[in-house]
Design a protein around this ligand. Structure first.
Ligand SMILES: NC(=O)c1ccc[n+]([C@@H]2O[C@H](COP(=O)([O-])OP(=O)(O)OC[C@H]3O[C@@H](n4cnc5c(N)ncnc54)[C@H](OP(=O)(O)O)[C@@H]3O)[C@@H](O)[C@H]2O)c1
Length: 418
């Protein structure tokens, strides 16, 4: 059945009752590839909530890099994971703001009509790791809307009750949908994994991107200093506005990027540029960084390990440029540096971090708010690195400004892209 795009913001049932079908952007295995081809609009049944589950009417959804990977089926296809084998489709989307529409058996903290944002970690409450170690350590741990279907690029989404957080009243629906995944990830990377302390210095790759805009604000809020790496001076000005001491335009040091195909001489030349980059970082911060905030991977990792201070930490949560990393390990052991893996955040960290949004101490950084029909285009823009900050998609909301119920600073507008 064709989807009527004029009716995306209309729902024919009241909270407590679900319609039979909904409009959803769906990826299917046979069309994995560029986001503009992989995502297609379909009419899909609305799922019922199981025990401790909630169906949320999506008012707006946030765009993340994980559904660029899901579209491409790279580095792995999502269809082997989570509930995909059961349903055979992938409805992506790991960030949402919305209204609780129906709750499943056992849910007591939330009721139909509550306004919420959603964090993207799912785990089974039966795993012992959830009750003493960390939900991120549980064997059942999955990222909703990436490793599971029923994500937020649809009129309704199915989530676990523990994923819900109160929607900050000072934000409209679009702003509230935009920050969760990257902001909560950056929070855990800096405060849990890297144990950032006031007075410390941080090098942030992709500082005007989804993770970077929050890492930059968090370092400043924690009493640290940062230098942000970006690919244009306009993005650099944004990063300074967010609290960075200064920025480095990576185009000035393009020779430092590792391809993995360098021969001995080419690697020698590459390393020379890495060394010059590390010197610039030191000039800006006054000393080498205590922490390097990594997610670029192959291209930058050898430079990160070299640049971080003796006894410093490289914390990494992704690998946009490639996941096979190599680096000169002598700089790691002789200078007793640490490499720390990090992945999203647990519900407790998400709740703590969300309070900083409610008070306006950390603000979403929105590049564009786009209509529902632009979900595929938005992911294509992200794949091509045309954006800065975050992209929000209007679903139940018809315009920016809707859903804001209290005074407050709202989002910072990122007016720069590539
Ligand atoms: N494990 C997790 O929980 C988790 C959570 C969030 C994200 N991630 C992963 O982390 C990565 C970044 O996510 P994001 O949301 O921040 O993406 P994003 O919005 O695209 O930002 C990434 C930034 O990295 C920079 N960049 C891209 N390619 C680069 C390259 N080859 N060399 C140097 N810089 C490059 C770009 O900035 P400039 O062009 O300005 O330099 C870009 O703005 C993705 O791979 C994502 O899947 C993982």
């Amino acid at each position: 059945m064709a989807v009527d795009l004029q009716r995306i913001s209309t729902v024919d049932t009241e909270p407590g009752e679900l319609p039979e079908t909904m409009a959803a952007w769906v990826i299917r295995q046979e069309r994995e590839g560029d986001p503009v081809d992989a995502f297609q609009l379909e009419e899909i049944e609305v799922p019922e909530p199981g025990a401790f589950e909630v169906i949320v009417r999506v008012m707006a959804a946030g765009v993340n890099f994980n559904n660029v990977w899901a579209a491409m089926g790279n580095p792995v296809s999502v269809f082997g994971y989570g509930d995909h084998p059961e349903y055979g489709h992938h409805i992506g989307g790991s960030d949402a703001s919305g209204i609780v529409w129906k709750v499943g058996p056992g849910v007591t903290r939330w009721k139909p009509g509550d306004e919420v944002v959603v964090h993207c970690n799912q785990t089974s409450y039966e795993d012992p790791e959830v009750h003493g170690l960390d939900p991120m350590a549980a064997p059942s741990q999955k990222i909703w809307g990436y490793e599971t279907t029923w994500g937020s690029f649809a009129q309704f989404t199915k989530v676990q009750a523990q994923q819900l957080l109160p929607k900050p009243a000072n934000l409209d629906w679009a702003e509230a949908s935009s920050y969760g995944l990257t902001y909560f990830t950056a929070y855990r990377m800096l405060f849990n994994r890297a144990q950032l302390q006031a007075g410390q210095k941080v090098l942030i790759w992709g500082a005007a991107g989804g993770l970077g805009v929050f890492a930059t604000q968090l370092v400043a809020a924690a009493g640290g200093q940062s230098v942000g790496v970006v690919s244009s001076d306009e993005k650099g000005e944004l990063v300074k506005q967010l609290g960075a001491t200064d920025f480095i335009n990576r185009n000035e040091f393009s020779g430092m990027m590792r391809t993995g195909k360098e021969d001995k001489d080419a690697e020698k030349e590459r390393f020379k540029v890495s060394r010059a980059f590390a010197k610039r970082v030191k000039e800006i911060l006054g000393e080498s960084p205590d922490v390097v905030f990594e997610h670029v991977g192959q291209a930058t990792f050898p430079t990160s390990v070299f640049t971080v201070k003796t006894f410093g930490k490289v914390v990494i949560c992704g690998a946009t440029s490639g996941y096979t990393l190599d680096f000169d390990v002598r700089y790691l052991w002789m200078r007793q540096k640490e490499i720390l893996g990090s992945h999203f955040a647990n519900a407790w960290e998400c709740n703590l971090a969300n309070k900083l949004i409610e008070t306006g101490q950390i603000r979403p950084v929105l590049w564009k708010t786009m209509p529902f029909e632009d979900v595929a285009t938005a992911h294509q823009l992200m794949k091509e690195n045309k954006h800065s900050g975050k992209i929000a998609i209007l679903v139940g909301a018809e315009a920016e400004g809707e859903g804001k119920t209290a005074e407050g600073p709202g989002a910072i507008r990122a007016e720069v892209g590539n």
